[in-house]
Write a protein that binds this ligand. Structure first.
Ligand code: UD1
Ligand code: CA
Length: 460
């Protein structure tokens, strides 16, 4: 049977008080609509998912395009009924059609499968997901007949005082028999209060024609949380992060004080890795087994092999660290930095577009940019690669087993050969051949007794 999923994501989301379309706001490290898409994918193969865009359509489509969905542009945001109606020519009119709202990020694929099965088993005209809320404010209320069928959904604004007391609410997740939906969707009238076309009116329309609309109750109301304000956004974020922490902990990762860490949905971490308090693991960060991520470290799109130690307050973005290497505390790796196996990067060292070879060390206070640094090479404290001349960036190449003395200034482009020594405090501007010693500093002069003479003079 055809099964199409339509995700409504065209609204601005006035209550967010934002210039940005609501479905682009992020929770758990992903845009709200990305979460909805992820659960929809479990239900329908890519080709059968249609996303309705409108507000900031280009941005929403650009975000989801790589996943290969179909898009329908809703011209003018005239309500959820209008949004779905704009898909008329884009979807099959037989089989099932599930509608999801782009602002319900906590929904699980399992619940959607249950909805599909409930609809298939009952053969009703439609099944919609409901839950019971102590505080149903803002949600549409469900009216039932004696047989337990849905007769109407009343929106908060249009509800009578009596109806507002109803705690059974509409989640905004529906599974329709496509044929009946398309036959009757044109009967939705503009709402008398807002003038919008409410998809929720379909319940009453179908019931009026003698069709059955069934409620499917989901007991865990958190799954159905619709995000309308930034307060709800923060709430959803919290729940998503708790879920992620639990998933990692159950798979063998230790998280100390999990309530303090921030881990995005797509992050992976291997068994026996330990994550200390206040760590942030963002984007596509992948961490191997037996790693330790120190307190306050922030990793974004970082790839760590097994046994890596990241000491506290280290920042790693878009970079790679090979097995058993140690980085930090207070180190920064960015823009394609690559730390080799067993290498060490210490405090206040910054690596940008730099490969530090296996077993190499840069333990204190250095800037290494656009560099290739050989295996086992030692970079002394205070070493700076002068990679920028004000116009262009230049490369520094240092061979294996070299020793760069403290406070060296390496003016790029420069090549420093294997096994060579750079004397501390040197400014290096010319090639240093392999196994050479390079001194690039002024010779020290000593004037014996100078200070004593000077002080006598000043007392005279
Ligand atoms: C809606 C339901 C309400 C339900 C609640 C659950 C209606 C009329 N009301 O209310 O019964 O309890 O969700 O969370 O459906 N959208 C469009 N085009 C539009 C308008 C909205 O694509 O013209 C999209 C929005 O981007 C959003 C979704 O539809 O993702 C829901 O819209 P929203 O305004 O948040 O509806 P609610 O007022 O929350
Ligand atoms: Ca909503």
């Amino acid at each position: 049977m055809n099964h199409t999923v339509v995700i409504l994501a065209a609204g601005l989301g006035t209550r967010m008080r934002s210039k940005r379309a609501k479905v682009l706001h992020r929770a758990g490290g992903l845009a709200l609509v990305e979460h909805v898409v992820a659960s929809a994918r479990a239900l329908a193969p890519y080709g059968r998912i249609v996303v309705v865009t409108g507000h900031q359509a280009e941005l929403v489509e650009a975000l989801l395009q790589p996943l290969g969905f179909g898009f329908v542009r809703q011209q003018g945001q005239r309500g959820t009924g209008h949004a779905l109606a704009s898909c008329r020519d884009a979807v099959p009119h037989d089989g099932l059609l599930t509608v999801l709202y782009g602002d319900t990020p906590l929904l699980t694929a399992a619940t959607l499968e249950r909805l599909r099965d409930a609809q298939t088993d009952s053969g009703a005209a439609a099944t919609l997901i409901t839950t019971t809320l102590d505080d149903p404010t803002g949600y549409g209320r469900i009216l039932l007949n004696d047989a337990g069928g849905v007769t109407a959904i009343v929106e908060e604004k249009a509800a009578t005082a009596e109806q507002r007391k109803i705690k059974l609410i509409n989640s905004g997740i529906y599974c329709f028999q496509s044929e009946l939906l398309w036959k009757h969707i044109g009967e939705i009238e503009p709402n008398s209060v807002s003038g919008e076309l409410y998809l929720t009116d379909m319940a009453e329309i179908l019931a009026r024609h003698g069709h059955v609309v069934r409620p499917m109750h989901v007991d865990d109301a958190t799954e159905l949380l619709g995000i309308n304000t930034r307060v709800e956004l923060a709430h959803a974020d919290r729940i998503l992060r708790d879920r992620k922490n639990e998933e990692l902990m159950l798979s063998g990762v230790t998280i100390e004080r999990p309530e303090t860490v921030t881990i995005d949905m797509h992050v992976q971490a291997g068994t026996d890795t330990i994550i200390e308090p206040f760590v942030r693991l963002l984007g596509a960060t992948h961490i191997g087994e037996d790693c330790r991520i120190g307190a306050g470290a922030i990793l974004e799109n970082a790839i760590l092999s097994d046994g890596v130690t990241v000491a506290p307050y280290t920042l790693i973005s878009d970079s790679r660290v090979d097995a058993a290497a140690q980085v930090g505390p207070f180190a920064r790796l960015r823009m394609d930095a690559h730390v080799g196996r067993d290498a060490r990067v210490g405090n206040f060292v910054e690596l940008k577009k730099t490969h530090l070879g296996a077993g190499a060390k840069s333990q204190h206070l250095a800037y290494l940019g656009d560099s290739e640094i050989g295996e086992r090479t030692n970079i002394g404290a205070g070493t700076i690669t002068c990679n920028y001349d004000g116009e262009k960036k230049h490369r520094t190449t240092i061979g294996a087993g070299a020793f760069v003395g403290s406070n060296s200034t390496l003016v790029a482009p420069i090549e420093i050969g294997e096994g060579s020594y750079i004397a501390a405090g040197s400014v290096i501007t010319d090639v240093v051949p392999a196994d050479a010693l390079a001194l690039g500093r002024a010779r020290q002069t000593v004037k014996p007794g100078w200070a004593k003479k000077r002080s006598k003079k000043s007392w005279a």
